[in-house]
Design a protein around this ligand. Structure first.
Ligand code: GAP
Length: 540
């Protein structure tokens, strides 16, 4: 059977599994859902918590140079003015006046459709034929002069996808057929709406209606959610749901330096919700309007080798992703071109992941100079400096910022771990098994405890005892319903790495039970001490 990890239907299979097994639901689903918002069900919440915990343990607790904080979601509005978000946290937006659809201008592509109507030469049965638009004449080849005459016959548009150019080309071919224009269709040249000239906007068809004339020119749309703090609903009460957690670390920099006994280089990390009024939330939880970030600001000396530190953090982030089970083969890097960087930025590299819908940003690692702290020092009047013992001088440190979304990692581990296989059941019949090959570090359930038969009290009692002991330290699941093979399949579908079955040998012989491994499906006898040792080693 083809592994659907390779198939274009992988996203559909994953979304369906997420709903069926309680990973992710649409938010407020009973009211039809709310675009860009999601809820995490029982196993989803465990998976998400494990991703967070792994990051926190490795990023904060197991390093000596990073401390953690938890800042508030709503901060003083001046934070967002100083950071530049009020003025500049915008995406270019295009409206379709007819369908009322909204598009991100940089995700809406168009092309002119150009037909070359010059003379074309054809050799038919030994004679030379020149075909012009609408007519064929046979002339001696020496008399033919070939001129080219390109005509724009219209525009086509398509939303960004894996195959934007292909889609535009198909639409161009169809337009040429519809208009019955003769001549040679030239390859499309995709541009996005931010590159459209004012006179072209009227001519570009809306992807919703297929008709031209309804798209507006791109305009800047601020993605911050506004709210009011206090009883008044006027401009003085406006505040924002944070669009990133990073500003919390900058705003608390002084507090941490004054109290945290930190010395350079050091990092401040936090995990928390962020909110962005995305124009086009899409690809399931990949781009949503409420999501969770894990960000760290690593402060370095102003004279430090920022490029070296930046590279070290890229490598750290990549190896961390591998440590929670993402295959190295799915990861790549994208360096933002210098000309697209903000004036203060020294460099940004994104770690990209191969999702089923394309290679997309998973983790951004930015070298931001000392821009943010300087902005806050200027806006608040409170110096954001650190004392350098060596030079006995105060200065504003520079920063490397690795910023990643929990939900994007969640989706990546689902995509990388999902597999469908044909396996044989106990009777030798071939059946399909769906399995999530999660790393034990992040698997929502670590062990399922299964008494072989539910009507044998001695088996049930022993299984319950083991379950009680395991659950003090690990997320475990007790299941006594159905054939043992079916119970294994249920655990495979939520990615449980191990099942232990309590059988008659357990109670009548040596106390060992069967340990069944998810990926190899092999079974072996193991005792309780060995089981705890295995978990201690693999779940960290
Ligand atoms: N402080 C820098 C910052 O926030 P960003 O590239 O805008 O940078 C960092 O966001 C990470 O947050 C992204 O790499 C992505 O993993 C995640 N992220 C950003 N927008 C998101 C969204 N709308 N939905 C889910 N995750 C998002």
């Amino acid at each position: 059977m083809a592994n659907p990890t390779e198939s274009p239907n992988l996203m559909e299979a994953i979304v369906s599994l997420c709903k069926r097994r309680g990973f992710v639901f649409a938010s407020s689903e009973i009211y039809g859902g709310l675009n860009g918002f999601f809820d995490y069900g029982p196993v989803g919440a465990e998976l998400k918590k494990n991703i967070r915990d792994c990051w926190w343990n490795d990023m904060v607790r197991r390093r000596g140079d990073v401390v953690g904080i938890e800042s508030s979601i709503i901060m003083h509005p001046k934070v967002w003015q100083a950071s530049g978000h009020v003025a500049g946290f915008t995406d270019p937006l295009v409206d379709c006046k007819v369908s009322k659809q909204r598009y991100r201008a940089d995700q809406l592509f168009f092309s002119r459709v150009v037909v070359r109507k010059g003379l074309q030469l054809e050799e038919i049965e030994g004679t030379k034929t020149i075909t012009t638009t609408g007519a064929s004449i046979s002339v001696p080849i020496e008399q033919a002069t070939i001129t080219s005459n390109d005509e724009v016959i219209g525009y086509v548009s398509a939303l960004e996808s894996e195959n934007t150019a292909g889609e535009l080309q198909e639409k161009a071919e169809s337009l040429k057929r519809k208009k019955a224009v003769r001549g040679q269709l030239l390859p499309v040249t995709p541009r996005d709406m931010t590159e459209a000239k004012p006179e072209e906007i009227e001519l570009i068809p809306s992807p919703a209606t297929g008709e031209a004339g309804s798209l507006t020119p791109p305009r800047a749309f601020n993605m911050m959610f506004e709210t009011y703090v206090g009883a008044l609903r006027d401009a003085s009460a406006i505040s924002y749901l944070r669009p990133e957690t990073a500003q919390g670390m900058f705003a608390d920099f002084k507090g941490v330096v004054d109290t945290g006994r930190v010395k350079l280089p050091f990092g401040i990390a936090q995990i928390g919700k962020s909110f962005r009024n995305e124009i086009t939330p899409r690809n399931f939880i990949f781009r949503s309007r409420e999501f969770e970030q894990m960000e760290m600001e690593y402060f370095i000396h102003e004279d430090a080798d920022w490029a070296k530190c930046h590279r070290e953090w890229i490598d750290w982030c990549r190896s961390w992703l591998v440590s929670i089970g993402l295959p190295e083969s799915h990861l790549s890097e994208y360096n933002h071109p210098k000309e697209k960087l903000a004036f203060y930025s020294k460099g940004t590299t994104d770690i990209m992941f191969r999702y089923p819908f394309g290679v997309q940003e998973l983790w951004g690692i930015a070298a931001r100079g000392n821009y943010d702290l300087t902005q806050h020092a200027n806006a608040s009047g409170v110096p954001q400096v650190i004392f350098d013992e060596a030079t006995k001088k105060k200065f504003t440190p520079h920063v490397i910022e690795p910023a990643v979304g929990v939900d994007r990692i969640f989706l990546a581990v689902l995509c990388a771990g999902y597999a469908e296989e044909e396996v044989k059941d106990e009777k030798g019949n071939v059946e399909k098994r769906t399995v999530l090959r999660f790393s034990p570090r992040i698997a929502p359930v670590k062990v399922a405890v299964l008494p072989l038969l539910k009507n044998k009290p001695e088996l049930v009692k022993r299984a319950e005892e083991l379950h009680a002991r395991l659950k003090r330290r690990y997320a475990v699941f007790y299941d006594e319903g159905g054939a043992i093979g079916r119970r294994y399949r249920r655990q495979d579908e939520i990615g449980t790495p191990w099942c232990v079955t309590i059988d008659f040998e357990t109670i009548e012989k040596d106390g060992t039970f069967t340990l069944r491994e998810r990926d190899s499906m092999t079974q072996r006898r193991i005792n309780e001490a060995e089981l705890f040792a295995l978990l201690e080693k693999e779940v960290y």
